[in-house]
Design a protein around this ligand. Structure first.
Ligand SMILES: Cc1ncc(COP(=O)(O)O)c(C=O)c1O
Length: 400
């Protein structure tokens, strides 16, 4: 990985303060460019929402707003409030996720957000009661756990036994009951197959299956139209630096062909993208505090670990890594260093799970250098164990 010059510059400036360096650096230019590109290439009817779970920092919400995202996909009342604070209107919020608390549903109905994506019959009935109490009618999508998964994805959200949505096989039971709930206006389907998918044809296969499901529902339930279809997120990024990036143009062309094949022109299609939009707008940068040789392998101990950057441990992958050389005076003459070897990077926490990277080849690193992990703009600080051991929260430095 190459560290952008302006990111390295800010790290060198910060290092001069003498404080241990442990920060996220954000530059949302990439996110803005990607949103602009998607808006220009996607077929008519496609609306790109930012899934703010990827990074709820105000800079990312601002980038989504200024670059023209259709709105924000929220997964909690907390996200909803942040999105409103960032200037998004309630009508531009869509709400997905299992286990929505009754007070969250009440808030969403009261705010008149655009759509609530119902994950179970319990949730549908709960929402019906809330709408009755408010005298409101709410647009909903039904989230379906399709009988389909994408094997190579980093995380799957459909196929097998899942807490997400309603099993495809149960549609016959669920649809009549759902349609009987007078305060819920059925608008269509939400089927999110998997996250971190690089292979466009796998995601398009999901779109095709969902279109088939919509056609089937419409043929069996007279008058029902799935006029909104939500494919969730899933566009991948190249964490392993294979040179194989997600190709949004191929996706747009494939989706366009499917829309025409099914005669779905004029309908609305939601994309709820997190990782693809946010990942390459952030770097986690943490100072190397110690290097030890332990039974044949170097252990590089950094200021921040899974308390600040949990994703590599949680997903068992290495993020792209580069070292900013600081050429500090040694702490003592015999201290260890890394020279052209495969090493382990961990943080300061009292658990063996505190891994930042393993078996990663490093040309040169010394104590006092800064380890910079790339593609950390998505699912970085937000999915970390921030309270564990009560270390100070890393600063988030926004460059753009
Ligand atoms: C419902 C929902 N939508 C969208 C996303 C964003 O997915 P991604 O970051 O893969 O684009 C997620 C991620 O977990 C999700 O659960």
């Amino acid at each position: 990985m190459r560290i952008p010059a302006h990111v390295e510059q800010v790290l060198r400036q910060r290092a001069q303060t003498g404080e241990t360096l442990n920060v996220y650096v954000y530059d949302t230019s990439a996110m803005r460019r990607k949103l602009g590109l998607l808006k220009s290439i996607m077929p008519a009817g496609v609306e790109v929402y930012y899934a703010m779970k990827a990074n709820p920092h105000a800079a990312f919400l601002r980038a989504a707003k200024e670059a023209g995202a259709a709105g924000i996909e929220i997964a909690s009342i907390g996200e909803g409030r942040k999105a409103l604070e960032a200037g998004f209107s309630p009508a531009s919020l869509i709400y997905t996720g299992p286990g929505k608390r009754p007070e969250e549903l009440r808030w969403a109905v009261e705010q008149r957000i655009r759509t609530i994506h119902v994950e179970s019959l319990t949730e549908a009935h709960r929402l019906q009661r809330i709408c009755e109490a408010f005298g409101a009618t709410q647009d909903i999508l039904l989230r379906i756990n399709a009988n389909f998964d994408i094997h190579e994805a980093q995380t799957t959200f459909s196929g097998g036994s899942k807490k997400f949505g309603i099993d495809e096989e149960k549609l016959d039971e669920v649809m009549p009951e759902l349609l009987g709930l007078s305060r819920l206006r059925f608008r269509g389907l939400h089927v999110y197959a998997a996250s971190g998918v690089l292979n466009v044809s796998d995601l398009l296969k999901n779109c095709e299956l969902v279109f088939g499901m919509a056609a089937d529902i419409e043929s069996r339930y007279g008058g029902v139209i799935c006029d909104i279809i939500d494919f969730g997120g899933g566009f991948g990024v190249d964490y392993l630096e294979t040179g194989r990036d997600f190709d949004p143009r191929a996706y747009a062309a494939g989706l366009d062909a499917l829309i025409r094949r099914f005669g779905y022109e004029g309908r609305t299609f939601f994309l709820e993208l997190g990782r693809y939009l946010a990942a390459d707008s952030g770097w986690f940068c943490t100072e190397i505090l110690d290097i030890k040789e332990s039974r044949g392998k170097k252990q590089v101990v950094c200021a921040g670990g899974i308390n600040h950057f949990r994703r590599p441990a949680a997903l068992a992958i290495n993020h792209p890594l580069a070292i900013v050389r600081m050429h500090r005076d040694p702490v003592f003459p015999g201290q260890e260093s890394v020279r052209g070897e495969s090493v382990y990077f961990g943080g300061p926490l009292c658990t063996g799970a505190d891994k930042l990277a393993n078996d990663v080849h490093v040309d040169e690193a010394d104590i006092g250098d800064i380890a910079v992990f790339g593609l950390a703009g998505a699912y970085g600080l937000t999915m970390s164990n921030i309270e564990f051991l009560s270390h100070p929260r890393p600063e988030e430095i926004v460059l753009a």
